[in-house]
Each structure stands twice: as structure tokens, then as C-alpha cells.
Design a protein around this ligand. Structure first.
Ligand SMILES: Nc1ncnc2c1ncn2[C@@H]1O[C@H](COP(=O)(O)OP(=O)(O)OP(=O)(O)O)[C@@H](O)[C@H]1O
Ligand SMILES: [Mg+2]
Length: 244
């Protein structure tokens, strides 16, 4: 992952390209990347060495073939490959702020207290499909996502934390999407603060993320699908705020 260059407010530059690399049929500027000292502009450089790449933990989500035998005389007739493709489409069409981390708080009515503003969904690192399909051999596409912790257990969460989970769903709706699979298992919890190194994070600052967008769709014209989901989630998260 490349570290994004910042605009300098003093000289308005984004750093001078010092070397060009020929990659994938065209030239790319490297911005002194080999000196390990971004952000490359003398006004922005605070003397702290930052490598131009960062390590992340990823989750690879694969699909089962259609009509696989579940072993107990049940046939699973859901099209998992289609769900995975739909999920990839959603990640590609989500507004940018769904995967951005901000410091500070939002007011998300009807929650009366401010809630932290974090990313709503994991970072999306791509959707990979096999180049060739072999007859009789199933090869799953792969959805590559940021690893975002473990499933949250609502019973262990405080009222504020459950409200924060609900606010993620509300932001999903405001961004134009309905989840269609709001269950505890599709809300992840991880240690925070998220801008700290993983070694310095703790469960004193839990952060939450929505996952599993296989059944996700756009909010309909009337907004009814979002309204129904919001109401259902209010009950599932034991909040009782929408109709209190
Ligand atoms: N980004 C992630 N980071 C960490 N764990 C994840 C991530 N995505 C998925 N998981 C784990 O994998 C499980 C299954 O993923 P997901 O819910 O996306 O798949 P699914 O098969 O569509 O699930 P469902 O049974 O809810 O339909 C999740 O419940 C979670 O434990
Ligand atoms: Mg799930």
C-alpha cells in the first residue's frame, strides 16, 4: 500500500518526483520513495522516518459453489458466488467516507449523544476472479478485505457501544445502501484507537465495523427498505429509541 502524498500549504507541491518507474506499460513517479522519508516536501517533512509501505492484516472471503451438499440432507440453494460479486460491487460503490477514519464525533439522530466517527466498513483490497474456468472444477473468486477483529456480542456491549453500532447502520443508509443481513455476527469489534499501532491498541477503546454485504442493495425510492431495517436493528440491538 502506498502512503498517500499530502499537499503542502506552504508551496502547494505534492513532492518532486525523483525517479520514474516503468510499471504495467506506463511511467510512475516514485517521489523519493527509496529515501524512506515521505511526505517528500521539505515543508511537510517532520523528520520522522515513515516507510512508503505499510503492513495490514487481511481477510480473504471465498464462496461455496451453488448446490453444495451441507451433509444433513439439506441443499443450500443460495448463490454464494453471486453474493460475493454483489458484495464486491458494493465495496466499489460505497462512498469514500465508509472506509475513512476520522477523529471526533457525529450527531446521528435519534441518538441524542454524539457517537465516534470511524470507518463503517473494512478497507477493500480487491475482488479477484479466476482467469479461466475449468469444466467440473470450482474455483472461487476472492474478496480481499482488511481484517477487522472478532464478532461483537451485543450482550457484552454498553448502551453507548450498541448505539455506535446502530450509527454505523444509519450511516450506511444515509450513504444509500441497505444491509439486508443485520445480525450480531455481521458486526465486528476490534481494539482501538485505530490510529495507534496494533501493539498499543486496547479493549478500552473498542471500534466497530459492519461486514457481509452479499445481500446489500441500494435504498429504494421511498426509503422504506432502510426504514424497516433501521426499525429491526433498533430492536435487535436492544436500543428502543426509534419508538420510545
Ligand atoms: N473483514 C473481516 N475481518 C475479520 N473477520 C471477518 C471479516 N469478514 C468476515 N469475517 C469473519 O468471517 C465470518 C463470515 O464472513 P461473512 O459474514 O462476510 O460471510 P457469510 O458467509 O456471508 O456470513 P453469513 O453466514 O452471515 O451469511 C464473519 O462472521 C466473521 O467472523
Ligand atoms: Mg455473515
Amino acid at each position: 500500500m502506498l502512503v498517500k502524498s499530502k499537499n503542502c500549504t506552504v508551496c502547494s507541491c505534492v513532492g518532486e518526483p525523483v525517479r520514474q518507474l516503468w510499471v504495467d506499460g506506463c511511467w510512475h513517479d516514485t517521489y523519493k520513495g527509496d529515501e524512506q522519508h515521505p511526505p517528500y516536501c521539505e515543508h511537510l517533512d517532520d523528520g520522522i522516518p515513515r516507510p512508503p509501505t505499510a503492513k495490514v492484516s487481511v481477510t480473504a472471503k471465498l464462496a461455496m459453489p451453488r448446490f453444495y451438499d451441507t451433509g444433513d440432507d439439506d441443499i443450500d440453494d443460495e448463490d454464494h458466488v453471486q453474493h460475493l460479486a454483489n458484495e464486491a460491487w458494493c465495496y466499489m460503490n460505497f462512498p469514500a467516507h465508509f472506509s475513512e477514519h476520522w477523529t471526533g464525533y457525529n450527531l446521528v439522530p435519534p441518538i441524542k449523544d454524539p457517537v465516534p466517527v470511524g470507518a463503517v466498513v473494512p478497507q477493500f483490497y480487491g475482488y479477484y476472479r479466476p482467469e479461466k474456468e475449468e469444466k467440473g472444477k470450482f474455483m472461487s473468486p476472492i474478496l480481499l478485505l482488511e481484517h477487522c477483529g472478532l464478532q461483537a456480542n451485543m450482550e457484552d456491549l454498553t448502551l453507548e457501544e450498541r448505539r455506535e453500532c446502530w450509527s454505523l447502520l444509519e450511516r450506511l443508509h444515509l450513504g444509500g445502501f441497505v444491509h439486508n443481513s443485520v445480525y450480531e455476527r455481521n458486526i465486528l469489534i476490534q481494539n482501538g484507537p485505530i490510529h495507534y499501532s496494533p501493539f498499543k491498541r486496547s479493549d478500552l477503546h473498542p471500534r466497530f465495523r459492519l461486514i457481509d454485504f452479499g445481500r446489500c442493495e441500494e435504498v429504494d425510492e421511498s426509503g422504506r427498505n432502510a426504514f424497516l431495517e433501521r426499525r429491526g436493528a433498533d430492536r435487535k440491538l436492544n436500543l428502543d429509541m426509534m419508538f420510545a
